[in-house]
Design a binder for this molecule. Structure first.
Ligand code: HEM
Length: 157
């Protein structure tokens, strides 16, 4: 039973990883450049719609990563303070901290920046906020790659 639970949680954990980090990679490396290439100044409208459709999927992925992550830690017995010592423990702690930063950035963009951009009248101010928002997505992309490195190194020490 324990093995079945572990396999199920890892499956959901890896699927949530694919949806969230894969979605960020697709938007940054494929959707935005393609939209700019074809639509020029109107690219923002298409990317806005893509972002709106991706947000609920990212929210769900964050929820399932946390839920299955804690469950896996409980099953693997890595939830105790003792287990969070040493190389693996440090990697898991750093991973959880970086995950919280990534989730914080995601909700800050969605709940604070997006409404502020929509309300801003001046083109200059709107462009600056949009640039900040895009840079935060790049930050989450980079952080996600570091989390993957930390995930691969847990258990390797
Ligand atoms: C962006 C967020 C996250 C990503 C991309 C991610 C990715 C991964 C990956 C790829 C694995 C499989 C590693 C392997 O099979 O060797 C994994 C395993 C695991 N993750 Fe995450 N994870 C994330 C967040 C979390 C969080 C927040 C927690 C804890 C609350 C967590 C706890 C775990 C645990 C306990 C394992 C199993 C480790 C093992 O025993 O091999 N993960 N994660």
């Amino acid at each position: 039973m324990r093995e079945l639970l572990s396999v199920t949680f890892i499956l959901v954990h890896l699927t949530a990883t694919m949806v969230w980090l894969g979605g960020i990679a697709f938007i940054l490396l494929v959707a935005i450049p393609s939209a700019k290439q074809i639509l020029g100044g109107d690219a923002g409208k298409l990317i806005g719609e893509v972002g709106k459709r991706f947000t609920p999927m990212a929210n769900l992925s964050i929820f399932f990563l946390l839920l299955t992550g804690i469950s896996l830690m409980a099953i693997n017995g890595t939830i105790s303070g003792e287990a969070l010592k040493g190389g693996s423990g440090t990697a898991m702690l750093l991973k959880c901290l970086l995950f919280l930063v990534m989730a914080g950035v995601h909700f800050f963009r969605g709940k604070v920046l997006a409404p502020r951009i929509a309300k801003t009248q001046s083109d200059g101010a709107k462009a600056r906020l949009q640039k900040l928002s895009l840079n935060l997505v790049w930050l989450n992309f980079g952080s996600g790659l570091v989390v993957l490195l930390l995930s691969a190194s847990v258990g390797a020490w």
